[in-house]
Design a protein around this ligand. Structure first.
Ligand SMILES: [Fe+2]
Length: 351
């Protein structure tokens, strides 16, 4: 076993020790073969070094989807930086990025879903924008939208928070509750977003409207206008839901992330209150809460991959267990069906 700086770690190496965060959470397990996705995860949590098995190497290729995801994040990061300095943005590149995400989701949405949800606090806004775009397109696809409406939806989703570039960083990253005045300024990102998209980028009203309305709530309790139900544009209702789900499942300066099934239950409990009930149903059906292949830790210490993703408010997951942190080595993987084991639950999600 050798200790490596994170910069020396390469895909294909095998972790020799668990990677544990300062707050005690398990990030990755000993025995995992490093994938490009893990490097992003380790980097996002500012892990400085890891232990690997010296004699082990198994070539691993980066998925096309991972390349696309990283490219999308870099594009949106540039757009935010430009907007902050009042410089012209390369909207053609944003359009190409959304088009690539759209095409990929049409082919295989599961792989795109597996990429969402890994980010640190600093890069939150950019990666959140990409994730909201992916979720929104998946919901739009489920609604039967054609290519043009899906492009409009994807553009609105990826740019929904662009107005935040006009909000002071001290407010955006404040760990404590915002004062009334700070919250007032924060809420203005919806109006700024409209102005930037409509005036600076010369994009259509429908895209600008998503930025303007993405904090409106089904019951009229949102902002900036407090409109309700069908007075909120359908595209904004989709992005509003994707935005909340992604925020709940992320670590933020002021809170730890929720597990996907906890976030999805929150959405379900607020169906018809904060969110359009019709879109909630589509969301619950289409965003597999635990995509097949997700690696999870159970409260029994067993580690495995999801083979059946379950359904919020309905069936639970089935897990193929290949390792046990609390017991003897697992020689032959076996299935744990959570439907038959009320005492067992998922306590950690790896990748
Ligand atoms: Fe927002």
């Amino acid at each position: 076993m050798i200790r490596l700086e994170l910069s020396q770690l390469k895909p294909g190496m095998r972790l020799a020790r668990d990677v544990i965060l300062p707050d005690g959470r398990l990030l990755l397990l000993a025995g995992f073969v490093v994938k490009p996705l893990y490097l992003r995860k380790l980097d996002s949590f500012r892990i400085e070094h890891v232990y690997v098995d010296e004699d082990f190497f198994e070539p691993v290729e980066e998925f096309e989807e991972e390349r696309l995801y990283n490219h999308a994040a870099a594009t949106i990061k540039t757009i935010f930086a430009m907007a902050r300095r009042n410089r012209d943005a390369d909207i053609v590149q944003v359009r190409e990025t959304v088009n690539d995400i759209l095409n990929r989701v049409m082919e295989n949405e599961t792989v795109m879903l597996q990429l969402t949800g890994i980010r640190d606090i600093d890069s939150y806004t950019f990666l959140h924008s990409v994730d909201v775009c992916i979720y929104s397109i998946i919901i739009g696809k489920k609604l039967g939208y054609g290519k043009d409406p899906l492009m409009t939806l994807g553009m609105g989703a990826i740019l929904h928070d662009i107005g935040k570039c006009k909000v002071p960083v001290e407010i955006l990253q404040k760990p404590d509750k915002l004062s009334d005045e700070e919250f007032h300024i924060m809420k203005l990102h919806t109006v700024y977003g409209w102005e930037i998209i409509k005036n600076s980028y010369q994009l259509g009203t429908k895209i600008a409207n998503v930025a303007f309305q993405h904090h409106e709530k089904w019951d009229g309790s949102g902002y900036p206008m407090g409109v309700s139900a069908n007075d909120i544009d359908p595209l904004s209702r989709i992005v509003a839901l994707a935005d909340v789900y992604d925020a709940l499942t992320s670590d933020r300066v002021y809170k730890k992330k929720e597990l996907p099934h906890v976030a999805a239950e929150y959405i379900l409990n607020n169906s018809g209150i904060l969110f359009d009930p019709f879109i909630v149903d589509l969301f619950i059906d289409s965003i597999a809460v635990y995509a097949e292949g997700t690696l999870v830790l159970l409260n029994t210490g067993e580690v495995g991959s999801v083979v059946s993703s379950g359904h919020v408010g309905g069936s639970r997951q089935k897990i193929s267990v290949f390792s046990n942190k609390a017991g003897p080595p697992v020689l032959q993987p076996y299935i744990v069906d959570l439907n038959e084991r009320a005492d067992v639950e998922i306590v950690e999600v790896f990748v």
